[in-house]
Design a protein. Sequence first.
Length: 65
Amino acid sequence: MSTVLSFDREGVDVVYQGTEFRLEQALIENATEKSYHDVTDHEILKMVEPDPNISGEPRRVGDIL
């Protein structure tokens, strides 16, 4: 089962192992000590999954939006 991340200007909606929850922008900024727009999708995936299967190049939230 894969993790699904859906980005918007105020945070990320996550579906992880069938559970849906939201990571707010402030939480992501506090956890990464970066501006929300400078955080990558890989960094957010690492916040959610203990051992994520990461592939491809990381993309900045600012570029995704």
